[in-house]
Design a protein around this ligand. Structure first.
Ligand code: TMP
Length: 210
């Protein structure tokens, strides 16, 4: 059995991940690819409970290392219960955020040393890495305004603007470090152009396997 492919979608708040993940899902299904759609933090019953803890305002001021390790605890469960079994069964996995988010938010955003994050990454992932990462990039001011219109803000969305600038820089630094895996699309454009940009990046990747 051939391993499935692992696609992740990243970006800061209000970047349009959900709409564009649905677009990617549609493109994969058009090619009759069997896809498991999931998200982080979350994707399993345990992971969804951890997500609630992480996003809840009751835990404002949570220790940075606690936040980082909760992200990786949820991820360990997600990999064991969902991601690895799906890939091993030949299914593709389409995941809303993965470890690049830990480097961007806990690393660049909170200031945790990247060596410590990499240590957890190696421990929990045992070499598992995404095959294709879409980074939807947007000015944080534009993204947060969009996120605000969606409803109540979660614990992360309440951070200072400087935090989101650092998150964005963190993502762009990850993209420069892994240029083969990362595909950046300007999410500040009108939706139709964003989706054309996604198609232009995604189609050649899919074509290698269908
Ligand atoms: P979402 O609302 O985009 O699904 O993500 C929830 C929040 O979790 C978002 O603000 C980013 C944050 N996050 C991290 O800080 N580190 C991580 O590793 C992941 C997966 C998400």
């Amino acid at each position: 059995m051939k391993l499935g492919k692992f696609i992740t979608v990243e970006g800061s708040e209000g970047v349009g991940k959900s709409t564009n993940i649905n677009h990617i899902l549609m493109r994969l299904q058009q090619q009759e690819i069997d896809v498991v759609q999931t998200r982080e933090p979350g994707g399993t019953p345990l992971g969804e409970e951890v997500r609630e803890l992480l996003l809840d305002h009751r835990h404002t001021g949570m220790a940075q290392d606690a936040e980082l390790m909760l992200m990786f605890a949820a991820r360990a469960e997600h990999i064991a219960q969902v991601i690895r079994p799906a890939l091993e069964a030949g299914q593709w996995v389409l995941c809303d955020r993965f470890t690049d988010a830990s480097h961007a938010y806990q690393g660049a955003g909170r200031g945790i040393d990247s060596g410590r994050i990499s240590m957890l990454e190696q421990w929990v992932q045992q070499g598992l890495e995404p095959d294709f990462t879409l980074l939807l990039d947007i000015e944080p001011e534009v993204g947060l305004e969009r996120a605000g219109k969606r409803g109540a803000l979660d614990r992360f969305e309440k951070e200072e603007m400087s935090f989101f600038h650092n998150v964005r820089e963190g993502y762009l630094a990850r993209a420069s470090a892994f240029p083969e895996r990362f595909h950046i699309v300007d999410a500040g454009q009108p939706l139709e152009q964003v989706q054309q940009g996604i198609d232009a990046e995604l189609a050649p990747f899919i074509q290698q396997y269908v």
